[in-house]
Design a binder for this molecule. Structure first.
Ligand code: ADP
Length: 176
């Protein structure tokens, strides 16, 4: 029996966007099972807690998993990516590539990760052109200034972002 091919898609997902979902949809064609690793990433000062981000990714990927008949497991992680990949049995790391800006960092990471574990390959996927400009960071910035974010993230997530930002503003009047 052939070994099950497990892919790992890591990220901060603060919050999950249509860009991430497009990469996930493409990644599902390459693997028998997909683990989505949600990084703690305190250095990025996330808008949502780790638990909230995991829950949001779970909810938003449910339909994709059913449509493609591929199991998706969403797990938090706070360790070296390659150690986490070994722990979940992943042989493929999936990353999305946007513009040139992503390239240098991703190129270095993939290059160094090969030294840490030569059995794991990093695969880069491009989102559909209409989703390529989307970045979680910009979605949050637009929302802070009451801009429309509905073209970038699913409706439930857009509501959660607006609520979280309103809550933050209420807690710190004058700041955002
Ligand atoms: P990180 O904090 O690791 O950059 P993100 O949550 O921002 O995590 O993104 C996770 C992965 O998804 C990264 O590989 C990133 O390049 C990719 N990604 C994010 N948005 C897009 C997009 N709009 N199109 C293609 N790839 C994307």
């Amino acid at each position: 029996m052939a070994l099950e091919r497990i892919g790992l898609y890591p990220g901060t997902f603060d919050p999950i966007t249509y860009g991430h979902l497009d990469i996930i949809r493409r990644g599902l064609k390459l693997v028998d099972r997909l683990v989505i690793g949600v990084a703690t990433n305190p250095s990025k000062d996330p808008l949502f807690s780790l638990d909230e981000r995991v829950k949001m990714v779970e909810v938003e990927t449910r339909d994709l998993s059913e449509d493609h008949n591929v199991q998706i497991t969403v797990l938090p992680f706070d360790e070296l990516l390659m150690n986490f990949a070994a722990k979940v049995g992943a042989s493929i790391i999936i990353r999305g590539l946007r513009a040139v800006s992503d390239f240098e960092y991703e190129f270095q990471m993939a290059g160094m990760n090969v030294y840490l574990n030569p059995d794991v390959e990093t695969v880069f996927l491009m989102a559909d052109a209409k989703y390529q400009p989307i970045a979680s960071r910009l979605v949050k910035e637009i929302a802070r200034y009451d801009g429309r974010i509905d073209s970038f993230i699913p409706p439930r997530i857009a509501n959660a972002v607006r609520a979280q930002i309103a809550h933050g503003k209420a807690k710190k009047p004058g700041k955002n």
